[in-house]
Each structure stands twice: as C-alpha cells, then as structure tokens.
Design a protein around this ligand. Structure first.
Ligand SMILES: NC(=O)c1ccc[n+]([C@@H]2O[C@H](COP(=O)([O-])OP(=O)(O)OC[C@H]3O[C@@H](n4cnc5c(N)ncnc54)[C@H](O)[C@@H]3O)[C@@H](O)[C@H]2O)c1
Length: 284
C-alpha cells in the first residue's frame, strides 16, 4: 500500500509548462535577477535568448540546453550600443522566427555618490545603460512583438518611487523606466502589446554584494538592507523571476502596471534622521 502510494506520487502529471513554445529575450541574463528569469522561462518551455556584454555566458547556456524543457541561446550584446541591440533582435528572429516577450533587466547601481562628486558624463552613461538601453531594445523588438501580441517587462526599482540616499542618477533612471513603461503601454495597447514593470526592493544578487563590498562596513550595510523590509529580509532572485513569469504568462489583463516586489519596504514610518542631532521636539 505504502509503496504503491509513493509510486503514484512520483509518476504524477508532469508540471504544466507556463510559457511553452514562446520566445523570450532577457537582457543581462548571466547573473542575479536576469539569470533567475532565464532559468524560470527555459524551465517553463520557452526559447530564451539572453545577453550580457561579456563574450561568453560561462556554463549557463550549456546547462539549460541539457536540462531545461525549453532552450537558451547566449548572445554577447552591450545594451548601451544600438548596433549590438539590433543584432540581438536579429539573431533571435533568425533562430526562432518570432518574439513573444522582452525582459529589459540589464542595469547597474553605482556605489554611493553625492551630487558634488557626480559628473554629467557619469549621469549620461548610466542613463544610456538603465534607460536608453531599455528604450532601444523595446524599439527594435516591438515590430515583432506586435505580430505576436506579446509583452514587455521592464525591471525598474522601488527607489524610482521613494528615492534613495546618495543615488541621484540611479533613482532618476529607474523613475524614468517606470514612467516610460506606462507611456509605452498606452501607445502599444492598439496592437495588444502589454508593457509592465517590476520594481524590486532589496534583492540579494551579485550587484548587492558588490555594493556592500564598497561600503566601510559591509556587514552593517547588509543588516540595514535586510531591515528595510517589513518581512525582515531581502527578496530572492527566484521571487523576481516568479513575478516576471506571472506577468508574461498569466497577467493577460495587466498593462502599464508596476509590481512593487518589496517585502513592504515602502510601508510604515522608520528612523530617517539618525545622523541629525538636535531634532526639534514638541511640548506634549
Ligand atoms: N538587486 C537589487 O536589489 C535590485 C533592486 C531593484 C532593481 N534592481 C535592478 O534589477 C536589474 C538586475 O540587477 P541585479 O541585482 O541582478 O544585477 P547584477 O549585477 O547581479 O546583474 C546584472 C546583469 O546585467 C548585465 N549587464 C550589465 N551591464 C550590461 C550591459 N551594458 N549590456 C548588457 N548586459 C549588461 C550583467 O552582465 C548581468 O548579467 C537591474 O536593472 C537593477 O537595477 C536590482
């Protein structure tokens, strides 16, 4: 009886593939949030084309080819270069004949910087990566997305809405990504193309680790990073990937929305003035 039950459990129906036979592009798919997105889409039956600016994607492409239910192709593409973006789209359409979903994720958060030490060139370089890169990839993918009535998912950030200390250019680029998402959703609705964004709070990734390593006290910074959420921890890359798959596969009535994937980081009052002395008080 026991052994029969366990046999039945292990030979149950295969898990449903939520994005079977769909073609997905993920920018910045070799690390962190992007890598988890590549994995979840490939494991749900999609053909994924992913990029970074490096020559190769280490073992990820081979791993997904041999184990995934979908397929994955790596293309070297620096999303700050328009010609390379055109090539990324061209390679995808040549390989798979269509595009169903574009996930703009490649981005960077510079170490803490104050306005006095920030040059216009640094600001422009970050705009090129975090904003214009998303715009151009969307621009060249859209003719194909319109044919499939596909969708775009832009990875933005909570700080684009609530701000962040010592991060003016980064906050500005992400605020613009969230706003651009809505404008694009308006224009593309006539083609039934949906455009949405995800605004993560603190997510533990190689980028977060790198930022902490630049701080004078990395452990304290990580503790603060955990404490910023009501849930008392950072989010995981898998939680981001789940949100992206939901938007692509099941969120068929969502367009122009921004998913705050934040563990409640934007809620409640918090200590915001630790460094100020002599904060004024009122007589009770
Ligand atoms: N980690 C967080 O806490 C957090 C929070 C909010 C938003 N985000 C956003 O999520 C996205 C991914 O962040 P992450 O933490 O996974 O970063 P990460 O540094 O771990 O990974 C970034 C990926 O982008 C690629 N990339 C960087 N520059 C590129 C370029 N010029 N061309 C092509 N690819 C490039 C990298 O190779 C890598 O694959 C970014 O847009 C980031 O701003 C992250």
């Amino acid at each position: 009886m026991c052994s029969r039950q366990s046999t039945m459990a292990s030979s149950g129906p295969a898990p449903r593939l939520r994005y079977h036979n769909k073609v997905v592009i993920v920018t910045g798919g070799t690390k962190g949030i992007g890598e988890a997105i590549v994995r979840i889409f490939a494991n749900n039956g999609a053909s994924v084309v992913f990029c970074s600016k490096e020559e190769t994607a280490s073992d990820l492409e081979d791993e997904l080819k041999s184990s995934g239910t979908g397929t994955a192709i790596y293309v070297s593409c620096d999303v700050t270069k328009e010609e390379e973006i055109k090539r990324l789209i061209g390679v995808t359409v040549k390989a798979y004949g269509k595009i169903d979903c574009l996930i703009n994720n490649a981005g960077w958060h510079p170490p803490e910087q104050i306005i006095d030490d920030t040059s216009a060139q640094e600001f422009q370089d970050l705009l090129n990566l975090n904003l214009i890169g998303y715009f151009l990839t969307a621009k060249y993918a859209l003719p194909h997305l319109r044919k499939t009535q596909g969708n775009i998912i832009n990875i933005s950030s909570l700080v684009g809405i609530i701000g962040q200390k010592h991060a003016i250019p980064y906050v500005a680029t992400k605020g613009a990504v969230t706003a651009m998402t809505k404008a694009m959703a308006v224009d593309e609705s006539q083609y039934n193309v949906r455009v949405n964004s995800i605004s993560p709070g603190n997510i533990w990734t190689p980028l977060w680790k790198e930022l902490a390593s630049h701080s004078t006290d990395p452990n304290a910074m990580i503790l603060q990073g955990n404490d910023a959420q009501l849930l008392g921890r950072m989010g995981t890359v898998e939680e981001c990937a789940n949100a992206a798959l939901f938007l692509a596969a099941e969120g068929t009535f969502c367009t122009g929305i921004d998913i705050l994937l934040t563990g409640g980081a934007e809620l409640n009052y918090a200590n915001k003035n630790q460094q100020k002395s002599g904060i004024s008080t009122f007589d009770l």
